[in-house]
Design a protein around this ligand. Sequence first.
Ligand SMILES: O=P(O)(O)OC[C@H]1O[C@H](O)[C@H](O)[C@@H](O)[C@@H]1O
Length: 299
Amino acid sequence: MSSLSAFDSRLADVAGVSVVASTELVGGEGPGLQIVVIENALGRATLTLQGAHVLSFTPAGGRDLLWVSPLAIYKPGKAVRGGIPLCLPWFGSHPDGLPAHGFARTALWSIVGAEALTDGRTKVVFALTDSEATLKLWAHAFRFEFAVIVGKALDVELVAEHKGDVPVKFTAALHSYFSVPNVADAVINGLEGCPRIDTVGGITRSVNEGAVHIVGTHDSVYLDVPAEQTIVTSAGTTHVYSADTRSAVVWNPGEQALDIGDLKEHYPGFVCVERGDVYDNAIELAPGASYRATMTISG
Ligand SMILES: O=P(O)(O)OC[C@H]1O[C@H](O)[C@H](O)[C@@H](O)[C@@H]1O
């Protein structure tokens, strides 16, 4: 189900959905990654099939609200630096040294549906199910679905169905990288008064006061956050809305990026505002239960 030929005929009659080879991408190397392009009169998005990973979203007449590193590596098994990596079934580092942010962002997903909606938007649905490889990393049967709706806004919906037979602790994040003219000048609203876990150089807990400004390395989890955050810059305001997740992670490595091969000196161009359920907001998923996380991004 995961090869191009398995889904291209299904997409042929859906206006605005096409698939191109990623060898056209700057920075592509090796076999590259397959790209899905979703385009209509309202907006345009691109994704890699690996990770069901959104790379760009541009509302018609607007700018790309997302950021991908000019040094991003498009290689099977390597997470692309930027866009919206899907972090699940765990967020962050793993106590047993398993891959950071889970395996979903580097697994090959399948397209299971594509639809031109009556309001002019286009919806494409991706899926990932357990396999021999995933069961070695996470011993639970599952079905993950990720729906992407392209219109004037980008709507995404992640549903993770636990098909195993024991309860499992679960964390997840929609790890969005937003394009900013200069991270030092970005102002992030919508996290005032939230419990904050600063993870730079150890764990420090506090309550966040006021708007968030990025000074140097910033890596903080904000708990029990309101539905909407805004990122205000000289290029405009980006809105991030998620009514059903409880955490937000704000990240920019600052000069630590100089040691990160696919970031280096490009770090001022983005800020991550990631919505999900992490740390104290982790979910206990019962057998048969589903986790759902939606997010809307608009300019
Ligand atoms: O380099 P990655 O595995 O993609 O992780 C990138 C970043 O993701 C999140 O924002 C975490 O809070 C950071 O601690 C981490 O450095």
